[in-house]
Write a protein that binds this ligand. Structure first.
Ligand code: FE
Ligand code: CA
Length: 544
């Protein structure tokens, strides 16, 4: 709200108070509605103190921007900004009174805010944990901006963000990274400190941003509270992750875009089915989705509606790159042939043991999303087409009684969907398809074949999966024997934590597996485990 609007609202309320000696809070709200919705923030905010220069805002019990700032979903003309007011972030209410609060935001073309190009006001409401989402528009394509929030006498840290390239832009290089799986207890987030130094245009996080449960070996720190399964607990969990200084720095340095995986809600959930067949699962999922929305720089249009939070979307960088953000959790059919002991969730089966896994009517992403993806492939004019999704795409089973096992939570568990996605890529002659993923806590680089079950089938895409920012890997005894049994896999490693950094140009796309020396140390250094290249016009990946 501008100062002028503030003054008008303030005068209105004073007049009401003078005319109606016993004015109630509801009357103030009603008057504020009549005046204009944005006045509600003022009407319900804790009594503001007047200071020279205007609004000095609410009194907080501490610094309100303890969770930092973030930006996401770059478009040629704008970006989405986020923060949350939480002076006491590890309390369910964030240390806030249940009032609406007025927050100002500013976007500048310089880091000193000498040239503010966009600004405005927005209200933070208790129903959304005093989170703030602003979809800024009217910016120029392909350039850096700086942003911050102001509330009362407090200013947030400054974030840096970058808009996408526009349709007519002449982009010659794009730098991005993919990361996933950051169990807070199992390791520090040193990888995020190194991501800042990569100087990326944008960052993709593909799931397990939080973990709902407390587990792991050699824990370096502990979650607050037991398993998250209510809105209050998911809020505390998200807030605790966001207190990590390396994670905050990574958000403040560049725009992010997301998909999520199971642990933002519950291990191995599938659509509306929980792992333990909990009849109240949709309520739990709704709470988890709301907390995710409250803590991520996602556009307002992605806010949860009814039981859904639609996060699948495309991001375009002119004719240079199109990113397909795919959600393979929210709409999937349940995993085939679950373990009777748990009721739901994943297992390893062969097609002989579980013919249902091959059933063509089952979908991993739901038919509406399959149709959307097919349409987005069909009208892509981009040189690089990057599918950003949660888990390993290529076949990655192991031989049992002469048959390949299928992990029913990954794409091996939904072979018909994978077949349709690959057929769509080929039918629409999509240029240079890359598949990015996470989830498996190991790095896998692979050629994606038309028929992933046949090693003589043509290569149609290149896959880069993993590793994890912090979550522990599997044993080499389990992982390594799979490598020779899956010859389309060019490289695999389960021992290291980190991320994959990419640099795409007109000629090719280089990928580096960046891994920490020791994820159990906050100060860990980083190195390159292996490098790969995808040549323009040549499907698949080569070791560099
Ligand atoms: Fe994970
Ligand atoms: Ca997962």
């Amino acid at each position: 709200m501008t100062d002028e609007r503030f003054d008008r609202a303030q005068r209105l309320i004073q007049r009401m108070r003078a005319q109606l000696p016993q004015v109630t809070r509801r009357d103030v709200v009603r008057a504020a509605f009549a005046f204009g919705a944005s006045s509600i923030a003022l009407a319900l905010a804790p009594r503001p103190a007047r200071a020279a220069g205007g609004f000095s805002g609410p009194r907080f019990t501490g610094y309100p921007f303890t969770l930092g700032v973030a930006s996401g979903y770059p478009r040629p003309d704008g970006v989405s900004l986020w923060t949350r007011l939480a002076p006491e972030p590890l309390r369910a209410d964030g240390g806030m009174q249940p009032d609406m609060i007025h927050v100002e935001w500013q976007v500048a073309s310089d880091d000193k805010f000498a040239n503010i190009v966009r600004k405005g006001g927005v209200r933070a409401v208790p129903e959304l944990a005093h989170s703030v989402h602003v979809d800024v528009r009217g910016l120029e394509p392909g350039r850096w901006y700086w942003y911050r929030f102001i509330c009362g006498n407090e200013a947030s840290p400054t974030g840096r963000t970058r808009t996408a390239e526009g349709p007519g832009g002449r982009l010659d290089k794009l730098r991005f990274a993919v990361a996933s799986c950051q169990h807070y207890e199992q390791a520090y987030f040193a990888a995020h400190r190194h991501l800042v130094a990569e100087d990326l245009d944008l960052m993709f996080f593909v799931g397990d941003y939080i973990y709902e449960s407390n587990w792991g070996d050699d824990l370096v720190r502990r979650h607050v509270g037991p398993e998250a399964n209510t809105l209050a607990r998911y809020r505390v969990r998200h807030a605790q992750y966001k207190t990590d200084p390396d994670l905050q720095a990574s958000h403040a340095a560049m725009p992010w875009a997301f998909t999520w995986d199971d642990h933002e809600v519950e291990n191995d959930y599938a659509g509306d089915q929980g792992e333990n067949l909990d009849p109240g699962f949709l309520l739990r999922r709704a709470a988890a989705y709301q907390a995710f929305f409250e803590h991520m720089p996602v556009p307002l249009t992605m806010r949860p509606k009814a039981n859904e939070m639609r996060i699948y979307d495309t991001l375009d960088y002119g004719d240079f790159a199109r990113f397909y953000l795919v959600d393979n959790r929210q709409y999937r059919d349940p995993q085939a042939c679950p373990d009777a002991y748990k009721g739901g969730g994943s297992t390893d089966v062969t097609a002989k043991e579980c013919p249902f896994v091959m059933e063509p009517s089952r979908s991993m992403i739901g038919l509406p999303q399959e149709q959307w993806l097919d349409g987005a492939f069909a009208n892509s004019r981009a040189r690089w087409n990057v599918i950003v999704q949660q888990t390993i795409f290529s076949r990655f089973g192991t031989l049992r009684d002469g048959e390949m096992t299928r992990w029913t939570d990954g794409w091996d568990g939904y072979p018909a969907t994978r077949e349709r996605v690959l057929a769509s890529l080929e039918a629409h002659r999509v240029r240079n398809p890359l598949v990015l993923g996470g989830d498996i806590h190991a790095a896998v680089v692979a050629d994606v074949r038309r028929d992933p079950d046949r090693d003589d089938s043509p290569v149609v895409a290149a896959e880069f999966c993993g590793t994890s920012i912090a979550s522990q890997g599997w044993s080499e005894a389990m992982f390594n024997p799979r490598l020779p049994q899956n010859p389309h896999v060019k490289y695999g490693n389960t021992t290291k934590r980190g991320y994959i950094a990419f640099e795409a140009s007109a000629q090719g796309c280089d990928a580096r597996l960046r891994v920490l020396d020791n994820e159990k140390m906050r100060s860990s250094g980083i190195g390159t485990l292996a490098s790969f290249r995808v040549e323009d016009g040549k499907p698949g990946v080569d070791k560099a």
